[in-house]
Ligand binder design. Structure first.
Ligand code: B3K
Ligand code: ZN
Length: 884
């Protein structure tokens, strides 16, 4: 295992221009014939050709039809004395799909063949220059048993198909677009498909197909709708059309992540395809919409223009996450529904990326080195990367950004490029912008890790009618980066008058106010901005819409926050004010004597939100949901997870009692009318109903009144859709009601044949609020449930990952049993699926922040994993960094 460094990038010694692949598919031993047209790179310094290969059995090597001498060393096929310029290289090898439990390369799932090649799975299929800057045109022939594998798919267009001897058949596919090997895919399985012809705005006809197992056809409508909406959106917003006649999505139940954007043949985790109202929640529906969009948008941002090397991963991932976020916002429609989506995205960022940036795995959006590239498909590369793109849009405006995208494709279509190329195109298309003026400095977002902190202080001068805003920034050290230079930080802001009106914003030196909201650019360590004509002392509303991925340290009082919660014109900051009011109370109790006594001001403010006539239900639900335990933990120097849990539970209980009448009211008036639809308005209403029911059951549990648990059980039984059913079940489980056990049993019996619902059943139990260790005990019991298996990634995540990441109070135990459990599962999983094991390993990222006795026990558990001799590079990289 060697560390790969960004600075060592060199172009390959050879290019592969075209590939003809033939597969004789057999689960035990698949035969692969690989004919490549190879060309020497005249600029290269070496003439040795080294092709990557892993777990392959090499049978034959021919150069221009003649056998040649070769050697295999360090998982590479090495060829020397090759013809000058160009030649044909033909290889034959076998691999064993059935033995491939890593789910990288060619593997079997439920009796079919599937592939996953990003980042380095193609080398597990055949020897190749398995790097994204080598782009070739692929022609693929698949041969397989016709009865077992009636559907044979690969990238591009179907050019030929027919029968073969011995009950076999074949299909030949050709993809006209040169692509890197990580975008190769094949599928051979017994599947059915929903298909639809569409005519795009460009006038071109396309065939869209969604392939699933026979019983799942009734769960494909939402994915198909999402795909159609994606095609239309990319044309409308960015002028980017679908470039293929046929676009396919295939669902597979064994998959390491969400989905994969293989050219013309996206392969998806069933979780992000299958949905009907009876089996999938509103959250599932939203997830499908955004992942279908995401993979589709990769067709331009990732496939037409790809990454030069894996350090540039955010070039495609950050940009494509930004695009899918914008897509979902545009579909949501109203300003309020857009804000709800934005709040959701920011919550994800703060929950996953901020801790990553503060822990041992902190890395820049463009990392500098890695041991296992799969470890760098991170919240930083994806979600912070998306924020970096969003800041560019904020600095150049929406139209300016679209112009930048156009220039990017004009310059780089068909190429493998870097993050610099992208930023340059956006800046060059907007020469007068702050981005263009400060491009080099802006790009520190790509090179410096860590979450910057922005301190803000406002001074009102009543006599002069001026308001001076002092902003300063600093960024804490991260591994390998002790000093940071200032970032370019767009700070969107407004000033709110005490009597709620938005104030006009005119900086000293300007002739007239520039509206009531504007973007300041903080690029020095400290800067002052002086506003004139401010008639009343304002409350500053800073970082509106979360205009930069930073932590804001301001001096807002309780009264200021209450003003913003009630009156801020920016819905994001309105929500943020509510969260901060809650957080201040939680933190005071956690740092103090552990007792939280809710005050009237907070309760009244929350009551006003629930009863507010103009606010959307979805927004109310977000405001009334308390900050999560791990987000609270991130605000503390030293973390006692049990104390955080106790204080937060006590606050929940007090809210349940103090607002009992409001919860009853909200529960009654937001009931569904009519059939199920996953639109933002009905989704919000259902979310508020479920939250209300959870609070009502909680209050009842305390007083031993069976009314609400009884109602919840009834609702659970009668629910017309999975969202309501799971909401009611979760209210019972969350309140530790006596009715939880029979409800869980019933739920399992109803859905035992729906794998994705059984996942929910496990996850709900693994994430139930801990009470006296019974949740942890239940998880250990569930490990031997006949439906449980570590081999299926969704199932493993539903129990093990859910406990270790999403249930701090059940996981962090004073007796260290949670950590022992973690270490055992990491080692067990590593032998099966290193990528998955490494993900789980990251549950301990923040161990140094823990108080005793957790901290020592955590270190011991990590050390136990690290001491194991045969670790994958993936897991070794995580535990080594954690202990450093
Ligand atoms: N590009 C894939 C992720 C591949 C992960 C490899 N370990 C999915 C996506 O981001 O669209
Ligand atoms: Zn992606």
């Amino acid at each position: 295992a060697t560390v790969i460094r960004r600075e060592d990038y060199a172009a390959p010694a050879y290019w592969i221009r075209s590939v003809e692949l033939t597969f004789d598919l057999d689960p035990v031993k698949t035969l692969v014939t690989n004919r490549m047209q190879v060309e020497r790179n005249p600029h290269a310094t070496t003439q040795t050709l080294r092709l990557d290969g892993e777990d392959l059995n090499l049978l034959r090597v021919l150069v221009n039809g003649e056998s040649v001498s070769f050697r295999v060393e360090n998982q590479q096929l090495v060829l020397e004395n090759l013809p000058a310029e160009s030649f044909t290289l033909e290889l034959r090898n076998t691999c064993s799909p059935e033995k491939n439990t890593q789910l990288s390369g060619l593997y079997t799932s439920s009796g079919g063949f599937f592939t996953q090649c990003e980042a380095q799975g193609f080398r597990r299929i055949t020897y190749f220059l398995d790097r994204p800057d080598v782009m070739a045109v692929y022609t693929v022939t698949l041969k397989a048993d016709r009865a077992k594998y009636p559907v044979l798919l690969s990238n591009g267009n179907l050019v030929e198909q027919g029968p073969l001897d011995n009950g076999k058949h074949y299909a030949k596919w050709h993809d006209p677009f040169p692509k890197p090997s990580y975008l190769f895919a094949l599928v051979a399985a017994k599947l059915v498909c929903r298909e639809q012809k569409i005519r795009a705005a460009s006038g071109r006809e396309h065939l869209l197909q969604v392939y699933v197992r026979a019983g799942d056809l009734d769960k494909t409508e939402h994915a198909m709708h999402s795909l159609i909406a994606s095609v239309a959106w990319d044309e409308r917003r960015f002028g980017l059309s679908l470039d293929l006649d046929r676009f396919m999505i295939v669902a597979v139940s064994d998959f390491n992540m969400g989905a994969m954007e293989n050219k013309g043949l996206n392969i998806f985790n069933t979780k992000y395809v299958l949905a009907n109202p009876a089996t999938a929640t509103d959250v599932d529906h939203a997830g499908i919409e955004s992942v279908v969009g995401h993979e589709y948008f990769h067709n331009w941002t990732g496939n037409r223009v790809t990454c030069r090397d894996w350090f540039q991963l955010s070039l495609k991932e950050g940009l494509t996450v930004f695009r899918d976020q914008e897509f979902s916002q545009d579909l949501a429609g109203t300003p309020s529904a857009r804000a709800v989506k934005r709040i959701d995205d920011v919550r994800t960022l703060r929950q996953h990326q901020f801790p990553e940036d503060a822990g041992p795995m902190a890395h820049p959006v463009r990392p500098d080195s890695y041991l296992a590239i799969d470890n760098f498909y991170t919240a930083t590369v994806y979600d912070k990367g998306a924020e970096v793109v969003r800041m560019m849009q904020t600095l150049v405006g929406r139209d300016g950004f679209a112009r930048g995208m156009t220039l990017y494709f004009e310059r780089h279509d068909g190429q493998a490029v870097t993050c610099d190329d992208f930023a340059q195109a956006i800046a060059d298309a907007n020469p007068g912008s702050a981005l263009a003026h400060k491009l080099e400095q802006f790009k520190r977002w790509y090179s410096q890790a860590g979450t910057p902190r922005v301190a803000a202080r406002g001074l009102y001068n009543a006599e002069m009618r001026t308001y001076t805003l002092e902003l300063s920034q600093h960024c804490p050290p991260t591994p390998g980066q002790s000093e940071k230079q200032p970032f370019v930080i767009p700070v969107a802001l407004g000033l709110v008058g005490r009597n709620a009106q938005p104030l006009p914003l005119q900086l000293v030196g300007e002739n007239a106010p520039a509206g009531t909201e504007r973007v300041l650019v903080l690029s020095e360590a400290a800067q002052r901005f002086e506003f004139t004509g401010i008639e009343v002392e304002p409350v500053p509303s800073l970082l509106r819409g979360f205009s930069a991925p930073v932590i804001l340290e301001d001096t807002l009082s309780d009264a200021d926050l209450l003003t913003l919660l009630a009156h801020d014109a920016d819905p994001f900051n309105r929500w943020e004010a509510g969260q901060r009011l809650a957080l201040n109370r939680l933190l005071a109790a956690i740092k103090g004597d552990g007792v939280l006594q809710l005050d009237g001001a907070y309760v009244d403010a929350m009551r006003a939100v629930i009863r507010h006539p103009a606010l959307d239900a979805a927004f109310k639900e977000l405001v009334l949901t308390l900050p999560g335990e791990s987000y609270i933990a991130e605000q503390l120097e030293e973390v006692d997870p049990q104390r955080i849990h106790a204080v937060r539970e006590s606050m929940r209980l007090q809210l349940a009692h103090a607002l009992h009448a409001e919860w009853e009211w909200a529960y009654e008036v937001h009931q569904d009318q009519g059939g199920y639809s996953p639109d933002p308005v009905s989704t919000g209403r259902r979310a508020l109903v479920s939250l209300s029911l959870a609070y009502l059951c909680l209050a009842a549990a305390e007083k031993q009144v069976p009314l609400w648990p009884g109602k919840a059980y009834q609702r659970f039984k009668d629910a017309g859709n999975m969202t309501d059913r799971l909401g009611a079940l979760s209210a019972l489980v969350g309140a530790h009601s006596e009715l939880a056990a029979p409800a869980l049993e019933r739920f399992h019996a109803m859905f035992r044949d729906e794998a994705l619902v059984v996942d929910k059943w496990f996850a709900l139990q693994a994430t139930a609020p801990e009470k006296g260790g019974r949740v942890f005990a239940r998880v250990k019991t569930l490990m031997s449930h006949p439906d449980f298996s570590l081999r299926n990634p969704n199932r493993a995540r539903s129990l093990v990952t859910a406990l270790c990441f999403s249930n701090p109070a059940a996981f962090h135990r004073t007796d260290a049993a949670g950590y022992v459990f973690w270490a055992e599962r990491v080692l067990e999983l590593d032998a099966i699926n290193p990528q998955l094991a490494a993900r789980l390993a990251r549950a301990m990222d923040r161990w140094k922040q823990l108080a005793e006795p957790y901290r020592s026990a955590a270190r011991e558990a990590i050390a136990r994993v690290a001491a194991k001799g045969e670790l994958s590079d993936d897991v070794r990289e995580i535990v080594t960094r954690a202990l450093a």
